[in-house]
Each structure stands twice: as structure tokens, then as C-alpha cells.
Design a protein around this ligand. Structure first.
Ligand SMILES: C[S@@+](CC[C@H](N)C(=O)[O-])C[C@H]1O[C@@H](n2cnc3c(N)ncnc32)[C@H](O)[C@@H]1O
Length: 198
């Protein structure tokens, strides 16, 4: 059974002896190496929208590669151009950039996927728990909108630097015009790099 931080992030039940509460607003900043493997494999446009940007942990890695990032979040964590109810991703009416990259709050990831796809992004990559699609109630979403690629990380990212990560994650990528099967690939952990300064 998944327990600890993995269960909390995934919205699951706590394991025995696990007292760690969910992070407020499901805030789990993405370690830089997760974003590095995505950018090493998938090309994005000059500007990317990070609609759940948190403190910019993910966004700053894109910026370091020369990508302009438009960051928004329901909560102000010190990064981005807009916060609060007006920037609730589920209420967004238009894309702020053609390409989207984010690590969304896991408990509302499925409605976020549907909502964003309805706005027809050119390319979209979301970091999801690797078992995300292993659920009966998500199979329709997969059949209707199959990702073009699933990039499975072969290590467990330590989102809160607590030293005992338990959750496996994958990048799920959607690309306009994709109407073929999903390509599944593995990504090895790149050499460690420090988190971007805030
Ligand atoms: C798992 S954290 C990831 C943060 C950042 N994307 C990163 O990768 O470092 C999810 C983020 O989604 C934000 N969030 C939660 N609900 C949201 C909503 N309805 N609309 C926009 N952002 C939301 C949280 O405040 C949090 O910063």
C-alpha cells in the first residue's frame, strides 16, 4: 500500500503510523531533475503557461532553458503573475500560452486534464502519479484523450526533501494532432542539481 507522502500527494489514505497531513492546497514543489528529463525529451514553444506554479520550482527550470514562463496559481507562493480565485485553473476560460507544463494538484488532476484539453493547447505536459491511469473511473478520459507520450521516471522524486519518497510519477504529454497510440518511455534520473534559488 502506498503510504506517507505518496498517499498524501495521491489523495489516498494514510498508511499505519503516518501522521503527515496533506500540504495546504496540495503544494508539492517539483524537484528540478523531474523537469530536466521532460525538457530533454519534449520541445516546447518560446512561452509556456504553468497554471499551478507554486513557488516556481518547475517554472524556474524552464526559465533556465530560455523558455518564458507565465505562472499562475490559486495560492500565492511567491512566483507568477497572478493568484487567487481568478486564477483557479478549473475556471480558466482561455489559454495564457499555447503550451502548458505543470505538476497539478493530484486530487483534481482529472478535471484539470479535461478542462485544459477543452481549451485546445498545442502541447501539454502534466506530472502525474504513475498509477494515475490504473483506475476504472479514468479509463474514459484516457480513451477520449490519449496522451501522445507517457514518460515514466525511474526514481521516486523527493518532493518535500524528507528523505523517504514513496511515490512514482510520470510525465503525461498531449500534443495537438496526435491520434495514434500512446508511446511509453522510461527516463533515468539525471545527475543531482541543487533546487533553484527563490
Ligand atoms: C503539486 S503542487 C506543484 C507546484 C508547481 N507546479 C511545481 O511543480 O513546483 C500543486 C500546486 O497547484 C496549486 N493549486 C491547487 N489548486 C489549484 C487550482 N484550483 N488552480 C490553480 N492552482 C491550484 C497549489 O497551490 C500548488 O501550488
Amino acid at each position: 500500500m502506498t503510504s506517507g507522502i505518496g498517499a498524501a500527494m495521491a489523495g489516498g489514505k494514510k498508511g499505519k503510523g503516518d501522521e503527515r497531513p496533506r500540504q495546504h492546497g496540495d503544494w508539492y514543489p517539483t524537484p528540478p531533475e523531474c523537469t530536466q528529463v521532460l525538457l530533454d525529451r519534449v520541445a516546447f514553444g518560446d512561452t509556456v503557461w504553468e497554471p499551478c506554479c507554486g513557488d516556481g520550482s518547475l517554472a524556474k527550470v524552464m526559465e533556465a532553458r530560455g523558455i518564458k514562463v507565465i505562472g499562475t496559481d490559486l495560492h500565492d507562493r511567491g512566483y507568477g503573475i497572478g493568484h487567487g480565485a481568478a486564477h483557479d485553473i478549473l475556471k480558466a476560460k482561455e489559454l495564457l500560452a499555447e503550451d502548458i507544463v505543470t505538476n497539478p494538484p493530484f486530487n483534481i488532476a482529472a478535471p484539470i486534464i479535461r478542462h485544459l484539453i477543452e481549451m485546445k493547447p498545442r502541447k501539454m505536459a502534466l506530472l502525474l502519479k504513475s498509477s494515475f491511469w490504473h483506475a476504472k473511473n479514468r479509463s474514459a478520459l484516457f480513451e477520449e484523450h490519449p496522451p501522445s507520450r507517457i514518460i515514466a521516471l525511474t526514481w521516486r522524486p523527493d518532493f518535500l526533501s524528507i528523505g523517504r519518497p514513496t511515490m512514482e510519477v510520470s510525465w503525461c504529454v498531449w500534443e495537438q494532432g496526435h491520434n495514434d497510440r500512446t508511446y511509453y518511455e522510461l527516463a533515468a534520473r539525471p545527475p543531482r542539481q541543487p533546487r533553484s534559488p527563490s
